[in-house]
Design a protein around this ligand. Structure first.
Ligand code: KIV
Ligand code: ZN
Length: 560
């Protein structure tokens, strides 16, 4: 890296907007969304999508609820043109979905683009040219005036051909590409020059898309630029102001959210932020961020996993594990204290959640679970994946997995004993463990402890409130038999043990039926305390609850 970065790079000049309004606003509704997955997203893929992949992704976008979809750059290749034709000729776009197409300000390309739209129900023709100083100087070698002429000529060529799209409802869109790196006065000048050609009205608006083509500044600067444009452009009420952010500085989402506060109406982006370089804006994140604040995003991500499947299959991209909302690990806690807090938060939510959808909103409980910004089940993720266990996890996570996956509900005190045992084992493995592996550890530690004590038989009879037992056991494979009596089978067993010199008392006891998989079995948890003050937990499983308890006592003795 450079010793003195200021010799090579310079700060981005801020916009002078001392009375900026956006910092005091809040978002209250969803913007119009436009997906650019099939165009900006596609042109950033090493292997662009073929027609059938584009068709599959298009259907998925429609299903999610996008009403404006940039389907491609029809003049750029035969694949792009054919794709557009198939959408139209095979009536694949619902009547309320706008097919958006991108084109440069060149007459031959505009001609082909218009041709690609014949027969469409609704179409957005999106014209762009680059406007920043670097683009003007390095790429085009043109003055500001010449760059304006390029845009105006392009706008006119489109206007001249609109009569060819009879029966198609057409909306026009202009992007001063690299807007955020352009002097804002010049961005206004060129946008107004295009408006002069297209003559938008409040009834027939045009879209003015203001791209953060390359993020060159902090998101507050983009917000200032958007607010400045919203306040200074003529005929604002004839415009749909649209945002199109990329993510070069990692703040594409923030720039869009602040841009919406600054007055924009529409957002362009892609699923999971696919797009050139660091990607386009991730629409899933912005939509679900709105949802997290109780705003209907008007996009349906209730089955996010199937959206991920289609996206990965069609684009060949993968979703990073930490991708907001969608990543494999984003609803997962490994750390013990987080697991404990989530477990308690979810338990509280189970108690207070509204029982019906129609409940009076004023009395409805709101989601407030530590570490989980939204309920994972709202987007088709499961509680089960929330808590996972590795060496960072504590007893809470271990207990949660055993309970949620196998219905094994360890008493609190026993969690304190088994938690560190499981943690040591996981630490040695040096990796994450599954619920099934934890259960196997539990079984090995407690349920399958058959030495030195083993159960061979146990019978009881009860008379006048007194229970007598007859126990047939072995110790180190040597038979041991005894009788005992007490006010219940366990008391009788403890008494019988005492007659052989093995003295202890039962200080904790609980039991429950085991759920799925353990056909009609019960599990019993018992904590014993020996005469010399040692205490141990034991667990026993049997189809007979009395025998499950006896086994639990032997398990505890075997662990002394
Ligand atoms: O990033 C960009 O500026 C674009 C334009 C074509 C809108 O993709
Ligand atoms: Zn872009």
């Amino acid at each position: 890296m450079h010793q003195d970065p200021s010799k090579k790079y310079r700060p981005f000049p801020p916009v002078r907007l001392p009375d900026r309004q956006w910092p005091n606003r809040v978002l209250t509704r969803a913007p119009r969304w436009a997906s650019v997955d099939l165009r900006d997203g596609n042109q950033a893929l090493a292997v662009p999508m073929n027609v059938s992949q584009k068709l599959e992704l298009f259907q998925a976008l429609v299903k999610i609820g996008f009403k404006e979809i940039e389907v491609g750059f029809p003049s750029a290749s035969n694949t792009e043109f054919t794709f557009n034709r198939r959408l139209i000729e095979e009536h694949r776009a619902p009547d309320d979905v706008w097919l958006q197409v991108l084109v440069q300000a060149r007459e031959d390309l505009i001609e082909r683009t218009v041709e690609s739209l014949i027969g469409a129900k609704k179409a957005i023709i999106h014209l762009y040219n680059s406007t920043s100083p670097a683009q003007r100087r390095v790429v085009f070698g043109k003055s500001k005036k010449e760059i304006v002429e390029v845009a105006v000529r392009g706008a006119q060529w489109i206007k001249d051909r609109l009569a060819r799209l009879k029966g198609t409802e057409v909306m026009l869109q202009y992007s001063p590409e690299s807007f955020s790196a352009t002097e804002h006065e010049f961005a206004r000048e060129i946008s107004e020059a295009v408006m002069d050609v297209w003559q938008p009205t409040p009834q027939r608006k045009m879209i003015l898309n203001l791209p953060d083509t390359v993020e060159v500044a902090m998101p507050n600067v983009y917000a200032d630029q958007i607010e400045w444009m919203c306040r200074n452009l003529k005929n604002r009420d004839s415009l749909i102001i649209s945002l199109h952010t990329h993510n070069d500085r990692g703040t594409g989402v923030a720039a869009t959210e602040l841009g919406l506060l600054a007055g924009a109406d529409r957002v362009e982006g892609t699923l999971f932020g696919n797009g050139e370089r660091t990607g386009n804006l991730d629409i899933v994140t912005v939509a679900l961020n709105l949802y997290q604040h109780g705003i209907d995003p008007k996009l349906d991500f209730s089955d996010l996993n199937s959206v991920i499947d289609v996206y990965e299959r069609c684009t060949g991209m993968t979703i990073p594990a930490r991708q907001p909302y969608a990543g494999e690990l984003v609803f997962t806690a490994f750390s013990g204290s987080h697991q404990d807090a989530i477990k308690k938060g979810l338990a509280e939510w189970e108690q207070k959640r509204p029982s019906t959808q129609n409940q009076d909103p004023s009395t409805q409980a709101h989601w407030d679970v530590p570490y989980l910004t939204i309920d994972p089940t709202d987007i088709g993720r499961e509680y089960r994946e929330v808590i996972r266990v590795n060496s960072q996890s504590g007893k809470g996570g271990v207990a949660y997995l055993l309970e949620s996956e196998f219905g094994i509900s360890l008493p609190k005190d026993m969690q304190r004993e088994f938690g560190p045992i499981a943690n040591d084992a996981v630490d040695k493995l040096g990796r994450e463990v599954s619920g099934a592996e934890l259960k196997a550890m539990f079984w090995q530690e407690y349920v399958e402890r058959n030495s030195p004590w083993r159960l061979n038989g146990f019978e009881t009879e009860s008379k006048n409130g007194v229970v007598k037992c007859r126990a047939k056991l072995s110790r180190h494979d040597q038979p041991v038999e005894f009788s005992g009596e007490g006010n219940g089978p366990l008391a009788a067993l403890v008494h019988g043990f005492g007659t052989t010199g093995v003295r202890f008392e039962i200080i904790n006891y609980s039991e429950h039926a085991l759920s799925s998989g353990e056909a009609a079995a019960a599990i019993s948890y018992i904590q014993i305390k020996t005469a010399d003050g040692k205490s141990r937990w034991g667990a026993g499983v049997d189809t007979n609850i009395e025998l499950a308890s006896v086994r639990a006592v032997l398990s505890a003795l075997n662990r002394l």
